[in-house]
Design a protein. Structure first.
Length: 82
């Protein structure tokens, strides 16, 4: 962290686009081990996220005339992915 390198809190917070109050709360709630809660923070994608082809296949099936009038919960039962 910049603060450990000798930078003042206010300058570090300005660079990170957070308020000093947010930094104080993060330190109180877990310090450097706490996760980044900013809305603009980069996060890892979910490991169970559908790939591009899987998503396209699923949307094509859900949009088909057989399933078009059903809610997602009723579509999920007949569709079984391997």
């Amino acid at each position: 962290m910049a603060v450990f390198g000798g930078v003042r809190h206010a300058l570090a917070c300005t660079e990170a686009t957070i308020s000093i109050r947010t930094l104080q709360r993060w330190i109180r709630e877990g310090g450097a081990d706490s996760h980044d809660r900013r809305r603009t923070a980069r996060r890892n994608t979910s490991t169970n996220k559908l790939g591009g082809i899987e998503r396209e296949v699923l949307l094509a099936i859900a949009d088909s005339s057989e399933f078009a009038s059903l809610p997602p919960g009723q579509i999920a039962s007949p569709i079984q992915f391997c």
